[in-house]
Design a protein around this ligand. Structure first.
Ligand code: AMP
Length: 284
């Protein structure tokens, strides 16, 4: 696996690959890789000749009081993990190179960036769409792979690609979970042993929502109130939001309609760690 740090070197390597007729996939990550990231790389391998995994803890997508400085970083470990699933290139740019002094340009996807995660983290998606655009321009991919774990991110990026006529296929890969249902995340590292046990309540509340829907509940308010009861039974848990939305528009749905798909998503603080999870549910 080739490790590239310089932007101009990555740019040239991507151009060379394109000239050789190779199909390029990119998998953008913030590193501290886990099996969720590795499943993205495996899917990318199936869709391209060359997979570029990027590792960049992107400062512009963190708010001022968020965990940018303490976000876990371990490049040696990431190198081994990315190589184990045959990523061909690991692109690891520096923050100084990505955002030099006098950096001025941001990409904003309106409306979709302002709800759910965007409400709690106001400049988050501006940072995400900007860095993803930069990574697309640097790695010149034919296909880009993202995780359903960040459902809204995938929706925002799909909208950006469509609106800006970006000729890149976007693939979204299902959530990889721990054996007890907790969605894998680099941030799970922050949890104490007790918090780790309590953190399973996110997925359990999504399963409860699914059961309620299967038993005939069609009012979002009823589902949210049962999920709230379950989550708040855990002493370390504090709900940021629970939401049932239409997946394409992220508009809140109050009454569920048969045959439609609803995105049930939530953000919950477990102690000082903010976790997110979601499911897509087809209404019977
Ligand atoms: P991150 O490093 O957290 O920015 O995530 C990089 C990519 O991996 C994003 O597209 C995430 O949605 C995806 N991802 C993170 N965790 C998981 C997971 N548990 N299952 C599937 N994809 C994931």
């Amino acid at each position: 696996m080739k490790i590239i740090e310089a932007i101009h070197e990555m740019h040239h390597a991507a151009e060379d690959l394109r000239q050789q007729g190779k199909r390029i996939a990119v998998v953008p990550t913030m590193g501290y890789l886990h099996d969720g990231h590795l499943s993205l790389i495996r899917v990318a391998k199936q869709h391209a000749d060359v997979v570029i995994t990027t590792i960049f803890v992107n400062p512009t997508q963190f708010g001022p009081n968020e965990d940018f400085t303490k976000y876990p970083r371990d490049l040696d470990r990431d190198k081994k993990l990315a190589a184990s699933v045959e990523s061909d290139i690991l692109f690891v740019p520096s923050a100084e190179a990505m955002y030099p002094e006098l950096y001025r340009t941001y990409v904003i996807v309106e409306q979709l960036s302002e709800v759910l995660e965007g409400k709690s983290r106001p400049s988050h998606f501006r940072g995400v769409t900007t860095v993803v655009t930069k990574l697309f321009n640097i790695t010149r991919p034919h296909v880009a792979v993202f995780g359903q774990k960040d459902a809204q991110q995938a929706i925002v990026i799909n909208q950006m690609v469509k609106d800006l006529n970006v000729d890149i296929e976007i693939i979204v890969v299902p959530i990889v979970r721990e054996h007890d249902g907790l969605a894998m995340s680099s941030r799970n590292l922050y949890l104490s042993a007790t918090e780790r046990m309590q953190s399973t309540v996110l997925f359990r509340s999504l399963q409860l929502a699914e059961e309620l829907i299967d038993r005939g509940e069609r009012q979002s308010s009823g589902i949210i109130s049962e999920m709230t009861k379950l989550i708040t039974s855990q002493p370390s848990a504090r709900i940021d939001y629970i939401s049932l939305t239409e997946p394409a528009t992220l508009q809140e749905v109050s009454t569920l309609c048969s045959g439609k798909t609803v995105l049930i998503s939530l953000a919950v603080w477990i102690g000082t760690t903010r976790l997110i999870d979601n499911i897509l549910k087809v209404i019977p």
